[in-house]
Design a protein around this ligand. Structure first.
Ligand SMILES: [Zn+2]
Length: 133
């Protein structure tokens, strides 16, 4: 159990022209999503072209950063520090793969309410992860 008090070192996101705004928002503790003005759908991971309808009329919107665990896994073997990853389904309707933190890994359950927080990665830039609500 004492091992789980150590923090897993988060990998740094790779920047590209389509996710620059997304990564900059994370530095200000804000999760943003791409919204399509043509079909009104939200999508993730950020792309210029809407994956639902192919329109390039997409804009950034702030996410509430609240959702629930759809699926998860806890990595304990073969890693320096155990860590948990989950697919979190946001209230906006999209799912994202993310790390979980500030929780007892044995008490994580599907359907659990979680909210976004931001932590520094290995190179000091902030990225999103989720903790129990
Ligand atoms: Zn669309």
């Amino acid at each position: 159990m004492s091992q789980e008090k150590q923090e897993h070192r988060l990998p740094s996101p790779i920047s590209n022209p389509e996710n620059t705004v997304f990564l900059e928002a994370a530095q200000n503790n804000q999760l943003v999503l791409k919204h399509c003005n043509a079909c009104k759908e939200v999508h993730y991971y950020p792309r210029t072209i809407c994956p639902h309808c192919g329109s390039d009329d997409t804009t950034w919107v702030n996410s509430d950063g609240v959702g629930e665990i759809y699926s998860y896994t806890v990595m304990r073997r073969g890693v320096e520090v155990p860590f948990a990853m989950a697919y979190v389904r946001l209230t906006e309707g999209i799912s994202l793969l993310t790390h979980l933190t500030n929780c007892d890994f044995d008490s994580i359950r599907v359907g659990q309410k979680v909210k976004v927080i931001f932590q520094e990665t290995q190179d000091g830039q902030k990225t999103h992860l989720f903790e129990p609500l």
